[in-house]
Design a protein around this ligand. Structure first.
Ligand code: GDP
Length: 337
């Protein structure tokens, strides 16, 4: 039997690299689309087993050509400009890649490769100003930033192609998911990397924003498993992929300190709150530049459908996730990885 062909956009990123690991283990032929700009650290060990195609995903002709050339069994569209912190700076690229590129894929599938299964990485950011917690696939979408709004457009187009053209297209509504491969501008990795350095005497202070901001954090490796399962199911539909539990930034810091053997306690309040270690030395402070207003409602997902229909559940708990990230950062700082 010939190998199944999977095409992955965003393959050098956190999710793309975990997904490529998984699909190679499952004996897929993996085609990786790259802009040629991103670092390849995440896929260093497997890059020779991937067939690379370099090009611009905002170019419709390029997308058509790769779909027509490979006629893939599965396409995973994970390419994204992930951070929502400074969306106005690169609005056009953000809207194009997030909103239009998925449609280039859907239209190429419709016209050139109608049996291809398509996975669109949607985001909990689509819920925006949520009115209910937790959210599931039927929760109304009220995006509150351009990234979320563009993701909603792509999410709706997945449904248009699925119901109108009978394309096997799935939108996975992914909540925050982290790993040692998470870039450091996300709060989780920033915490584990900085606290690892502090514990090794290589840094003195972790500066963060809102300690009481809460997120539903899971492990990326678990989430890519859900992506793959969703394309093997008999029916194409949307899935919330989430851990189902929200934790605060403060709890994340406390769990990281526990893993490092640091006894942290909190003093003061508001912007002058500090986290001190057992010697009374301040190691965590609050900085206005990282402070975002507290959301009224919490993004917390209900992944019952994925559990029931795909038999999916996360293997890695919150404490495991933090511990894995901390241990990897310690190794990283010691030059062991
Ligand atoms: P995202 O905003 O959900 O894509 O992910 P982030 O990791 O950037 O932020 C998660 C939450 O952590 C948000 O509610 C932030 O307000 C909060 N947060 C608190 N301190 C920081 C910080 O220093 N950096 C970042 N990025 N987020 C922070």
């Amino acid at each position: 039997m010939s190998k199944k062909i999977a095409l992955i956009t965003g393959i050098t990123g956190q999710d793309g690299s975990y997904l490529a690991d998984l699909l190679l283990k499952k004996k897929y032929q993996v085609i990786g689309i790259t802009s040629g700009k991103g670092a390849r650290d995440n896929i260093e060990t497997i890059q020779d087993r991937i067939e690379w195609v370099e090009g611009d995903l905002t170019n419709e002709e390029f997308v058509r050509n790769i779909v027509g050339r490979y006629l893939p069994d599965e396409i995973y569209n994970l390419a994204s400009i992930a951070t929502v912190a400074k969306p106005w700076e690169h609005m056009r690229e953000l809207v194009h890649l997030t909103g239009l590129t998925p449609i280039y894929f859907l239209e190429s599938i419709r016209t050139l490769s109608p049996t291809t299964h398509f996975f669109q990485a949607s985001s909990s950011e689509m819920f925006g100003a949520v009115e209910v917690t937790p959210q599931d696939e039927s929760t109304p979408l009220h995006p509150r930033n351009p990234y979320g709004a563009a993701k909603v457009f792509a999410h709706n187009m997945v449904d248009v192609y699925r119901s109108g053209h009978n394309i096997f297209a799935v939108s996975g509504i992914l909540y925050n998911h982290e790993s040692p491969r998470r870039p450091e501008h996300f709060v989780t990795r920033k915490i584990t990397s900085t606290l690892a350095k502090i514990s090794l005497g290589m840094d003195k202070n972790l500066s963060v924003g809102n300690l009481d901001a809460r997120r539903d954090w899971g492990f990326s490796g678990d989430y890519v498993r859900a992506m793959h399962l969703s394309l093997q199911h008999e029916k194409a539909q949307d899935y919330v992929i989430a851990s189902g539990t929200a934790h605060s930034v403060r709890e994340f810091i406390e769990a990281a300190c526990a893993e490092l053997g640091i006894k942290i306690s909190w003093e003061g309040e508001g912007l002058s709150e500090v986290g001190v270690d057992e010697k009374g030395t301040s190691i965590v402070t609050i900085a206005k530049e990282f402070y975002r207003p507290l959301e009224l409602h919490i993004l917390q997902g209900d992944a019952s459908r994925a559990r029931k229909e795909l038999g999916w559940s996360p293997d890695v708990t919150f404490e495991d996730l933090v511990a894995r990230m901390v241990r990897a950062d310690i190794k990283h700082q010691k030059g062991l990885i």
